[in-house]
Design a protein. Structure first.
Lengths: 224, 401, 432
């Protein structure tokens, strides 16, 4: 069974077809990059995959369950349990330190546990920065905190939206290395980006244009 | 306490402490509001009492007169005065009037107690000074003009009476006896020499009188008797005064007590106006301050819309976000309320000391009211923006800018 | 470019700007309302204090002075009286508008059913007309307003202008009880010069010795005492300023004042200067303050004004703190945007100028709106408490304007200091 299946999914905002009958399947453990210019429907697709929005029509089947008709509250619960989010702007809570930011995700999911949170930070190489506030961390470090936060509840899917958009090259490489590591460990990854360098490291590349999937193929350059 | 509650407290505390500048902004607004509420509240409740004391400068508001043809006796006076609450009784002054002659002109002598007279007639303007004992006199301005008297002058009051067998001339220190040539009756012309220590100006009928001590007036008339009238000044409102009068009239048989309507009726008119002035001013200032607190809280919440969106994206339910933000707000409201209530008390006390030279009455009830009100206002001020913020689509907020 | 940036701010940040404008408007409205009420409260309370009755009495100059002024042989003028027609002069003095009521009074002892009773003649609601130098002055005045504490227990107040003739009376409650009289009864009073039959229109309770008296119209007493056109005493109720050092100095002897002091004293509504002007207008009269009323009035006014000014001060402090608070947080919120400007090379001086201009425009708009809201509040207060409008003072607009500008500037200082210290990289990298 696939982890996620979009069947003829459309999202219409008034006259605008942000997503037009898109079909996409994500297998467990797969690393997919969704690419396309701005306005191509990347964000809409990401919101639908992330259970933060419902399609106008079509089916979204996540882990064997059709969630396209679920209530907002159910959707929130579902998204909390299954998905970890990584943002372009990191979105750390600026008055909480690194480990507390990770714990917030635990708090809303189940039970905060500082030890686990510290372990998650260790995984992204930030153990010694755990007590720093976001303003005391560099952009790359903030993004790693964001990834640690996405990982903490052992989600079935990590959804990253332009994860390197605000980073310099050195930090971009650190983040991509972490993704590689996660992929090796069997985590499913969907990365939305317009940066070819970020897309090139994925296992499979899906291209969107004007709300339609124009190509969906295996990345031949992919290296384990 | 489980880990979840501990994390909850950790987040709230972190938000309050690490976002210090913002929290101070919010707290300051709440403190200002609470200070105004508690300060103006205490002033409002204290104004009638404090102003009532000021209105005592109009002098007596109750008078005792003898209930029958006699005089007010010392015992009746003591009994009557004891009915007033001690802290409300500003003072009382008895008067005894006698006719006499000075320089062969008829005058009215008024015996009184110079120690208490300024309490019941604070408006007396005296050039010179009040008499300090027997042999001294205070002369009304008109009487002084008529008699050509000035401060420092000596004046002899004269009292003639017929000598009968009962008359004990040894009691009289200074007199002349003469016999009516027609009837053969003997008369005693008793003189009382006094020194003028002050001239009294009031613009009223008091200016016609010559004031002396009771002892002097008794020795001049050779008779000890009670008082014609007693002026009483009581710091209380009209309704309370009416109660006092009822009690006195039914309990003290020798006294008929009356309200001085000119003073009491006018006082209650003016005091009512003053009270409602302070009330409505308090209301207006409070309303505006509360709106001010609300806008500040709204601003403080509004800038956290993105954080709310993030929490939603992390899977928080609307209810738990509301709970977190509200407890922050309520905590601020409570702390601000406590600080403000205390500051307000000090402020009211400073005002009271400056205006009335007496400290404000502490109203313990205002403290919980202030705290409750500031918690309520802050809570409401937070609830509205939070509710609209949690309804927002996290995807939109997180994507924006 | 500068203005385009400012326009941009208002277009994009209008919500925040609106919030700042709203707070400024609230603060300005508190300041406007409170300052206006504070400045007017003296006059308002003064009017209320008129319920205590007259604060000036006018009596004839003493005989000694009279003899100097007039030839004693002139038998026409009785030394203990003043001419009724001279009372109109009160409407011509400098502070005439401050005189709220006045009435002449003449009393005499009459016998009623065999006992001696004090009969007082006066005006009740007399219509007075007085022509001087071609100007006609007129007003309705009398003791109705000078005896506001009277309770009419039976009948009603005498309506002098409507009643036919002058043979009417109002009788004190105690006397009425004693003689078993009530409204509508006719009484006959016997004086030195004849008797008058009077109809009782009302019974009053005054709470003082006037409860034993009878009030009637002035002509009745004039006939009974053979003093046509004359009266013994007048009561005057005037709105006065509390006495201060100058007034005390002047009360001793106005001629000792220096020229400037004299002008100031004369043109201030002190009770002593009004008395002085009354004496100027009616030379044969002597006007004196009723200390019980005038002094207490001064005291209460002073306390009320002080109380109100401290309450005003408190509200102003509250309002200013509120405004500067929000201005500070409003500017701080935009730190990211402003740091960006700094990052793209804006000079340190340009950012404060931009921020100040934006905030100032917002504040001025807010303050203008607040002034009018405050005006409305002041009127609400005036009408609810005193049933009359609060006079708006021009100085208040000025104070409010200066205050708001100062507060806004002060509110900007911490924010601007913070902005100048800001390193652009920190803001742009940090969380927003």
């Amino acid at each position: 069974m696939s982890l996620l299946e979009l069947k003829d999914v459309s999202k219409v905002y008034g006259e605008l077809h942000a997503l037009d009958k898109a079909n996409l399947t994500v297998e467990k453990g797969e690393w997919i990059a969704i690419m396309g210019p701005s306005g191509s429907g990347k964000s809409t697709m990401m919101n639908i995959i992330g259970c933060m929005d419902r399609p106008t029509s079509g089916q979204v089947i996540f882990d064997g369950r059709d969630i396209s008709k679920e209530s907002r509250k159910k959707l929130t619960e579902f998204h909390r349990d299954k998905i970890g989010l990584v943002f372009q702007q990191f979105h750390l809570i600026n008055y909480l330190n690194a480990v507390e930011n990770v714990m917030v995700a635990q708090y809303y999911h189940s039970m905060p546990d500082e030890k686990e949170a510290l372990e998650a930070l260790e995984r992204v190489g930030l153990k010694d920065r755990a007590r720093h506030l976001p303003s005391q961390l560099s952009g790359g470090e903030q993004q790693r905190v964001c990834i640690a936060r996405a990982l903490i509840n052992s989600p079935q899917l990590i959804l990253a939206d332009e994860p390197t958009g605000n980073l310099d090259e050195a930090n971009e490489n650190i983040v991509l290395d972490i993704f590689k590591q996660l992929h090796k460990e069997g985590t499913s990854l969907v990365v939305v980006t317009h940066d070819p360098e970020v897309g090139e490291v994925a296992q499979r590349i899906v291209r969107l244009e004007h709300g339609k999937i124009v190509s969906d193929k295996k990345n031949e350059n992919f290296t384990e | 306490m489980n880990k979840k509650q501990r994390m909850f407290i950790r987040m709230v505390v972190a938000s309050l402490i690490r976002r210090r500048s913002r929290m101070i902004v919010a707290l300051l607004a709440i403190v200002v509001g609470a200070t105004i509420l508690s300060g103006l509240g205490m002033i409002y409740y204290d104004v009638p009492r404090q102003m009532s004391a000021q209105f005592r400068s109009y002098g007596a508001n109750i008078i005792f007169t003898p209930s029958g043809d006699g005089y007010v006796s010392e015992e009746d006076l003591d009994q009557g005065v004891s009915i007033f609450k001690k802290e409300e009784l500003e003072g009382f002054t008895p008067y005894r009037y006698e006719n006499s002659n000075i320089h062969n002109l008829p005058v009215t002598l008024a015996g009184t107690d110079f120690d208490s007279v300024m309490k019941t007639s604070p408006y007396w303007h005296i050039s010179g000074r009040l008499p300090m004992g027997d042999g001294e006199t205070l002369v009304g301005a008109k009487a002084a003009e008529k008699l050509g008297l000035d401060i420092g002058d000596s004046v002899s009051a004269q009292n003639s009476f017929m000598i009968t067998e009962d008359t004990d001339l040894t009691k009289i220190p200074d007199y002349e006896i003469y016999t009516d040539p027609e009837t053969g009756e003997k008369y005693c012309d008793h003189l009382l020499e006094m020194q003028v220590t002050g001239i009294l100006e009031t613009g009223g009928p008091e200016e016609e009188y010559i004031y002396t001590t009771f002892h002097d007036i008794s020795s001049l008339t050779l008779s000890e008797r009670g008082y014609d009238i007693v002026e009483v000044s009581v710091a209380a409102m009209q309704d309370r005064l009416k109660d006092y009068i009822k009690t006195i009239n039914s309990n003290v048989s020798g006294i008929s007590s009356k309200l001085v309507k000119r003073v009491t009726a006018s006082e209650s008119t003016v005091l009512t106006k003053l009270e409602s002035l302070v009330f409505i001013v308090t209301l207006v200032v409070l309303a505006l301050t509360m709106i001010c607190v609300a806008t500040t809280m709204t601003a403080v919440i509004a800038e956290r819309r993105r954080e709310i969106g993030l929490r939603k994206a992390l899977g928080a339910l609307n209810s738990s976000i509301i709970a977190e933000f509200m407890s922050e707000g309520l905590l601020l409201g409570g702390v601000g309320g406590i600080i403000g209530a205390v500051l307000g008390y000090f402020f009211a006390d400073v005002v009271s000391m400056n205006v009335f030279s007496s400290s404000i009455t502490f109203r313990p009830l205002l403290i919980p009211i202030t705290i409750a009100a500031s918690v309520l206002v802050t809570g409401l001020a937070c609830l509205i923006p939070i509710r609209s913020a949690v309804d927002v689509d996290p995807a939109l907020v997180l994507k924006g800018e | 470019m500068f203005f385009r940036m400012i326009r941009g701010t208002f277009a994009r940040q209008w919500k925040k700007m609106l919030m700042i404008a709203l707070t400024v408007a609230l603060g300005a409205s508190i300041a406007t309302a409170m300052l206006n009420v504070m400045l007017d409260v003296g006059d308002k309370i003064n009017e209320e204090l008129k319920t205590y009755g007259s604060n000036i009495t006018v009596i004839p100059q003493s005989e000694a002075v009279m003899n100097k002024l007039y030839d004693v042989e002139n038998d026409e003028i009785k030394a203990e009286y003043i001419q009724e027609e001279k009372l109109g002069e009160l409407m011509t003095i400098f502070w005439a508008n401050n005189i709220t009521d006045f009435a002449p009074l003449t009393d005499t002892t009459v016998t009623l059913n065999g006992s001696d009773v004090r009969l007082i003649g006066s005006w009740f609601d007399h219509h007075l007309e007085f022509v001087k130098k071609g100007t006609t002055y007129q007003r309705d005045t009398g003791i109705i307003n000078l005896r506001s504490w009277w309770d009419i227990t039976d009948g009603k107040w005498m309506d002098e202008q409507k009643l036919d003739g002058d043979k009417y009376a109002m009788i004190g409650a105690e006397l009425a009880k004693e003689k078993n009289l009530s409204a509508g009864n006719k009484i006959t009073v016997n004086g030195e010069k004849g008797a008058e039959e009077l109809t009782i229109v009302g019974v009053y309770e005054s709470g003082d010795d006037e409860d034993q008296c009878i009030y009637t119209t002035l002509p009745v007493v004039q006939r009974l005492t053979d003093s046509s056109g004359l009266f013994k005493k007048a009561e005057v109720s005037a709105i006065t300023s509390p006495d201060d050092e100058l007034a005390v100095k002047a009360a001793k002897n106005p001629s000792l004042l220096s020229g400037d002091e004299y002008d100031l004293w004369y043109c201030t509504a002190y009770v002593s200067s009004i008395c002085f002007q009354i004496q100027e207008a009616i030379p044969e009269a002597s006007a004196a303050a009723v200390r019980q009323i005038a002094d207490s009035e001064g005291k209460i006014l002073e306390k009320t004004e002080l109380l109100m000014s401290l309450i005003t001060l408190m509200s102003l402090i509250g309002a200013t703190l509120g405004i500067s608070n929000l201005v500070t947080s409003g500017v701080m919120e935009r730190s990211a945007e402003l740091a960006l400007l700094k990052a793209v090379g804006a000079a340190n001086s340009q950012i404060p100028r931009l921020v100040l201009t934006e905030i100032m425009i917002t504040s001025v708009i807010g303050a203008a709106a607040g002034y009018f809201i405050g005006y409305a509040f002041a009127q609400i207060i005036g009408h609810t408490v005193f049933s009359s409008s609060i006079e708006m003072s021009g100085i208040v607009a000025l104070i409010v304007a200066v205050l708001i500008i100062a507060v806004t500037l002060v509110g900007c200082i911490p924010a601007i200091r913070m902005l100048l210290r800001l390193r652009p990289s920190e803001v742009l990298h940090g969380a927003h």
